[in-house]
Design a binder for this molecule. Structure first.
Ligand SMILES: C[S@@+](CC[C@H](N)C(=O)[O-])C[C@H]1O[C@@H](n2cnc3c(N)ncnc32)[C@H](O)[C@@H]1O
Length: 200
């Protein structure tokens, strides 16, 4: 777990706001340790790279032969205004800044990450069914978008793979609503003190 401390320290110094809490970093790292050699990790929502780097370092700790893919358009539209996505970073933040930070952070940690620079909707066609060992959703946090991502990316996960999502918390009512609906069927559980939920 020394590596997680190092990752947290790095991002705490680097970013005005980390999108992951300490508990999130630890939980994500533990989940990614379960990915076996030859496996594949896919993320929706790269941001500045905290989560894909954590999953990359965790999953590749024993074996480098693990494919890392993250999907993010790095584009803001009327449906995805910057102030709802990056409000914590300041209203004048530009998409190029985040993309540059992402690249810089990936390079710092020496990881090879495939960036699909598009939305989860179009990126979905590029990920085969039952081809993913660990899938983490952290893209558009609005209710219908989260639901779309869950329904369309769940089939991408291999049998016995891990399907999880970020931000089960009050400040993301869309995520909570989707998960609470799913909880009726006892499908998901939230991990410890984190805001990560995972399929049981
Ligand atoms: C909360 S940030 C992700 C933080 C990142 N996981 C981290 O740990 O640093 C959400 C990201 O999702 C991206 N995003 C928004 N809508 C998306 C969509 N439909 N498909 C893929 N990414 C999306 C945004 O551009 C933004 O970078």
């Amino acid at each position: 777990m020394e590596k997680v401390k190092e990752i947290i320290k790095y991002f705490s110094a680097k970013l005005e706001h980390r999108f992951l809490s300490n508990a999130d970093f630890y939980q994500l790292f533990s989940l990614s340790r379960q990915v076996s050699a030859g496996g594949r990790v896919v993320e929706i929502g790269a941001g500045a790279g905290c989560s894909i780097i954590t999953m990359g370092i965790g999953s590749q700790a024993m074996n480098k032969n693990i494919e890392l893919i993250t999907i993010d358009p790095f584009v803001w539209t009327r449906q995805l205004p910057p102030h709802t996505i990056y409000k914590e970073l300041g209203r004048d933040v530009k998409k190029e800044d985040i993309l540059a930070r992402f690249r810089e952070n990936i390079a710092h940690w020496g990881l090879e990450v495939i960036l699909l620079q598009e939305t989860s909707v179009s990126g979905c066609r590029k990920i085969g069914d039952e081809s993913v060992d660990l899938l983490f959703i952290d893209g558009n946090h609005q209710y219908h978008a989260v639901k779309w991502d869950i329904l369309n990316y769940r089939p991408k996960v291999k049998k016995g793979g891990i399907f999880c999502d970020h931000d089960y918390q009050k400040c993301h009512p869309g995520v909570r609503k989707v998960v609470d609906e799913a909880f009726d069927e006892n499908i998901f559980r939230v991990l410890g003190a984190s805001s990560i939920w995972v399929e049981k």
